[in-house]
Design a binder for this molecule. Structure first.
Ligand SMILES: C[S@@+](CC[C@H](N)C(=O)[O-])C[C@H]1O[C@@H](n2cnc3c(N)ncnc32)[C@H](O)[C@@H]1O
Length: 275
């Protein structure tokens, strides 16, 4: 692939999603775009670039961007944020009026394991939430992973990553060699296509936000912009969880670390609920 064409693809993908493609990612383009080339009847990546040059914002650009997203995820990824959430949800429930709904957002949810991990915790907490319902919204830029998240159907390999046997038996039903999330958990979660670069205000405000393992793919100005917009969606006493390799430091002063909880952030001036 000629360098100018790589740059063109990288520019299109960054403009649409914020994802940064450096030249060492050429192998990634070759492997991840191969099915798209076949589908479109295009012989080479250079031919794809030529098509993109003529239509940098059409469905092809969208398909290229989606194919270049990294959708790696697992249930209860990294453990600690979910342990913290287990203490946080009852505290938030106690701080809300009876009948209130606790809203949790899994931003960049991929195939839904993060959203369903939250649902499992909410279900397991049961009476500790004092009747407050939990509503989970999963969003992602990629349609294909969202379709899988909505199905809530996972392979043996996927459920083996992060789920204890007790949780598997409690929250899943076996279905033709795969595992379907139980209906009561699926009823808590809803999945929507949303680009983190777009206006996030229509999503409303959330008591808890998981925005994990997506900022690592963005450049610092885009990270700062997304973090500021995400912070605006957080309730005054809410908590934002970032991925293990992500931080707000040097990017925004709208969020401060929650002491004693690695990867957890809250709005400044309002002390986070003691958990
Ligand atoms: C590595 S996965 C992280 C999944 C999950 N949050 C976790 O930590 O396990 C990153 C996800 O971010 C999504 N993504 C990338 N750019 C995005 C954007 N601009 N808006 C929304 N989602 C995006 C990708 O499609 C992908 O599913």
């Amino acid at each position: 692939m000629i360098a100018g064409n790589f740059e063109l693809v990288a520019r299109v993908v960054k403009a649409r999603s914020g994802l940064v493609l450096t030249p060492d990612k050429l192998y990634m383009l070759e492997t991840r775009l191969a099915p798209l080339l076949r589908r479109e009847g295009l012989p080479t990546l250079d031919a794809l670039a030529a098509r993109l040059r003529d239509a940098p914002s059409g469905p092809l650009a969208e398909a290229v961007t989606e194919a270049l997203t990294t959708n790696e995820t697992s249930f209860f990824r990294d453990g600690a944020p979910f342990e913290h959430l287990r203490g946080l949800l009852p505290a938030l429930a106690a701080a809300r009026p009876p009948g209130a709904v606790l809203r949790v957002w899994s931003a960049a949810c991929s195939t839904g394991q993060e959203a369903y991990s939250v649902a499992m915790i909410a279900e397991e907490l049961g009476p500790e939430l004092a009747g407050r319902k939990v509503e989970i919204l999963g969003t992602d830029i990629a349609q294909e992973v969202l379709a899988r998240a909505r199905e809530g159907l996972f392979t043996q390999f996927e459920v083996q990553r992060g789920l204890s046997i007790q949780r598997l038996v409690r929250h899943f039903r076996q279905e033709a060699g795969r595992w379907r999330v139980a209906p009561e958990l699926r009823a808590m979660a809803r999945f929507l296509r949303w680009n983190l670069l777009d206006d996030l205000r229509p999503l409303g405000r959330f008591d808890v936000i998981f925005c994990r393992n997506v900022l690592i793919y963005l450049d610092p100005p885009t990270k700062a912009r997304v973090l500021a917009a995400v912070a605006e969606r957080l309730a005054d006493d809410g908590v934002l969880y970032l991925g293990g390799a992500e931080t707000v430091l040097g990017l925004t002063d709208r969020l401060v670390p929650v002491s004693g909880a690695r990867g957890a952030y809250a709005l400044p001036r309002v002390a986070a609920l003691a958990v």
